[in-house]
Design a binder for this molecule. Structure first.
Ligand code: ASC
Length: 149
């Protein structure tokens, strides 16, 4: 009986990471996170174009985009459910073997994106460029390790 209880407890502890979401299957989770990344890339790309002088810097548009990225940065993480390295995805299986490191990189990205949204409210270009660079580094730092080339 004790053994059964222990086994049940272990199962109960494992379940949340696998089932604490509403995805129908791994394809659904992959689509979900890819949709968020696509919106992030669009908004972040436009900020980059402004900072690189490819288009005129507009502080209001920039701040709106930064706010979008900060909100969106919190979305993809949930989509990295167990088994979703298989399918139409560039995600490497390493994500799930080094999950703690992956989680901390995702967390870092969210923090940097939140900081960028905060500094974008003021038109201090120095701070904006620094926060934008940090956010881009956290995109790249994760892609270098956990995304197929
Ligand atoms: C983007 C985008 C990425 C990151 C990365 C930052 O806009 O699509 O993957 O920024 O290039 O280094």
């Amino acid at each position: 009986m004790k053994k059964i209880l222990l086994a049940m407890t272990a199962t109960a502890l494992l379940i949340p990471s696998v089932y604490a979401n509403n995805f129908k299957d791994t394809d659904h989770a992959i689509k979900y996170r890819q949709s968020a990344f696509s919106l992030i890339a669009y908004n972040f790309g436009d900020m980059g174009a402004m900072l690189k002088g490819k288009k005129e810097f507009d502080a209001t548009v920039f701040a709106d985009r930064a706010t979008n990225v900060a909100a969106l940065s919190k979305i993809p993480h949930e989509g990295f459910i167990v088994g979703s390295d298989k399918g139409n995805t560039d995600a490497l299986a390493k994500i799930w073997t080094d999950k703690a490191d992956f989680d901390s990189k995702m967390n870092e990205f969210q923090k940097n994106a939140t900081k960028l949204a905060a500094v974008a409210q003021d038109a201090d270009l120095g701070q904006i460029k620094k926060a934008f660079g940090d956010t881009g580094q956290s995109c790249k730092g994760c892609h270098d390790v956990y995304k197929k080339d």
